[in-house]
Design a protein around this ligand. Structure first.
Ligand code: ZN
Ligand code: FE
Length: 239
């Protein structure tokens, strides 16, 4: 499987994952249709599936137009069936959904929204985390509780350390400023900041990250208990 990173809107990322032999593709969280249509055509891909992590507009904005253009099937959480536009295939927590050489394990990871899910490709060791786990950060808690978000992050944290993490936004540099403020002696974090700064300077995405990097550097994953996690999340809201 190959992944294309598609910048959308201001700071969103959509991703196209495709089988290099069959050219069959899925898009994750199409914020808007135009950049996706261009990438599909440029790479001669067959876009068969849209995977939505949650219902926010900057993650589903392209659903309708992509479906019209490519007759794409839209996959989302069963609990969000009334708020994911044009949804076709309902998935649930811990389900494995397989089609066309894609094998995708679904995890329900509430917190940012109550219906948020992530898409884990175990054979490829790739995860799409939407607005739950960001590189060096985590999503704001809009609908769920701190406890839900903490538990959701712990689920992601337990995946193989070499798993590549593709998240919904380019927030990494801004997130790093919060991490280094409260974890100023962390040398792995310092190295990571140098690495991401170079990428940003060159206009490159800082994504993907790796689970192990996030465990080492992301202050929200370093929180060992709910209380310290909640305190950090509240501090970040006002940072
Ligand atoms: Zn969101
Ligand atoms: Fe978002």
């Amino acid at each position: 499987m190959k992944v294309l990173v598609i910048p959308c809107l201001n700071d969103n990322y959509s991703y196209i994952i495709y089988d290099e032999n069959t050219k069959i593709a899925c898009v994750i969280d199409p914020s808007e249709s135009r950049p996706i249509i261009d990438a599909i055509k440029t790479n001669n891909l067959n876009l068969k599936y849209i995977l939505n992590t949650h219902h926010h507009y900057d993650h589903v904005g392209g659903n309708k137009e992509l479906k019209e253009e490519f007759n794409t099937k839209i996959i989302g959480f069963e609990g969000d069936k009334n708020r994911i536009p044009e949804i076709d295939i309902l998935v649930q927590d811990k389900q494995t959904w397989s089609k066309d050489n894609f094998e995708i394990k679904i995890f329900h990871i509430p917190g940012h929204t109550i219906g948020h899910i992530c898409f884990y490709f175990p054979k490829d060791k790739i995860i799409f985390t939407g607005d739950t786990l960001f590189s060096l950060g985590c999503g704001r808690i809009f609908e769920g509780t701190h406890k839900q978000m903490f538990e959701s992050l712990n689920k992601i944290k337990s995946l193989p350390p070499e798993t590549l993490v593709y998240c919904g936004h380019e927030y990494t540099l801004q997130n790093s400023k919060f991490c280094i403020k409260y974890d100023s002696e962390n040398n792995k974090l310092k190295d990571k900041i140098i690495e991401i700064s170079k990428k940003i300077e060159k206009g490159l995405p800082t994504i993907p990250s790796k689970i192990q990097d996030e465990i080492d550097c992301n202050i929200f994953l370093k929180a060992n208990d709910l209380q310290s996690f909640s305190k950090l999340r509240d501090l970040k809201d006002n940072f």
